[in-house]
Design a protein around this ligand. Structure first.
Ligand code: NAP
Length: 241
């Protein structure tokens, strides 16, 4: 299994869910920008499930040598990498912040996923699961850089799904609303609309088994976004969202 964004609470919960269900892999490749923290995760996974992991030091914002990834292959890729960045008034116009958000959520991320998509295509099997966001469903004033990067990522996954369907590879887009993770630690999110990482992992796992195309976390967000997507633009632009 290949995990991108290993320290995400949702990624950790998903890896544990898969292992709890009894699945084992020759290796779980833990891609991370924080090797120290991931080493503890790898130890935990080995102690609890006797599953060996390989840690791959891979900061998406840096120049990366792809030849060192040649030995890595799997039947399942789970991508939870993401970066909310600063969505304050000055953050939205900050060059460095903009670049980081776009690289981590989209431009550098799809280069990495493409690297493995090619291998999945050659084998003619496997599943690629990518976590996008409801933020990518409609541009909003409060996070239009992050939202636009996620919109790009959602479109990438949809196109990849269409392309790899003909090569027998499953691609699933996960669209979370709020999840109670490190990303939202400083944000007060409404409890009924906020999924716990274990709950998110369960929903994603079930959808993966059913080879779903798109899954919302949680389902209520499907309804919310259906409404938000359909508000006429001349009204929407006046709203403060
Ligand atoms: N939490 C929410 O409410 C929410 C809502 C909608 C969508 N999402 C999306 O769901 C996914 C999981 O999010 P989360 O809530 O678990 O957030 P998170 O805790 O911030 O996890 C995101 C992970 O991305 C990885 N990452 C960050 N910067 C990176 C970099 N420069 N290079 C490589 N990896 C980097 C980190 O993993 P390492 O430390 O291992 O590098 C980090 O743990 C993300 O794509 C996020 O955008 C979250």
């Amino acid at each position: 299994m290949i995990v991108i964004g290993s320290n995400s609470d949702v990624a950790t919960a998903f890896v544990e869910k898969v292992l709890k269900e009894g699945k084992r892999f020759p290796l779980v490749y833990l891609f991370t920008s924080n090797v120290e923290k991931t080493a503890k995760l790898a130890q935990h996974i080995f102690a609890k499930y006797e599953q060996e992991c390989e840690i791959v030091d891979f900061d998406l914002t840096k120049e990366n040598d792809y030849s060192r990834l040649n030995h890595i292959d799997s039947e399942l890729l789970f991508c939870a990498a993401g970066y909310l960045g600063k969505n304050s008034e000055e953050g939205l116009y900050d060059d460095w912040n903009t670049k980081q958000i776009v690289e981590i959520n989209y431009s550098k991320l799809i280069v990495l996923i493409n690297h493995f998509a090619k291998k999945f295509e050659a084998k003619g099997s496997g599943s690629i699961i990518g976590l996008s966001s409801v933020a990518g469903e409609r541009g909003r004033q409060s996070n239009f850089i992050y939202g636009s990067a996620k919109a790009g990522f959602t479109a990438y996954l949809a196109g990849l799904r269409n392309y790899l369907f003909h090569k027998k590879v499953h691609v699933m887009t996960v669209i979370p609303g709020f999840m109670d993770t490190q990303m939202t630690a400083d944000i007060e999110t409404p409890k009924p609309l906020t999924a716990q990482p274990d709950q998110a992992a369960d929903i994603i796992y079930k959808a993966y088994l059913k080879k779903r195309n798109v899954v919302y976390v949680t389902f209520v967000w499907w309804g919310i976004m259906m409404i938000i997507r359909n508000v006429p633009e001349f009204i929407f632009k006046k709203m403060k969202m």
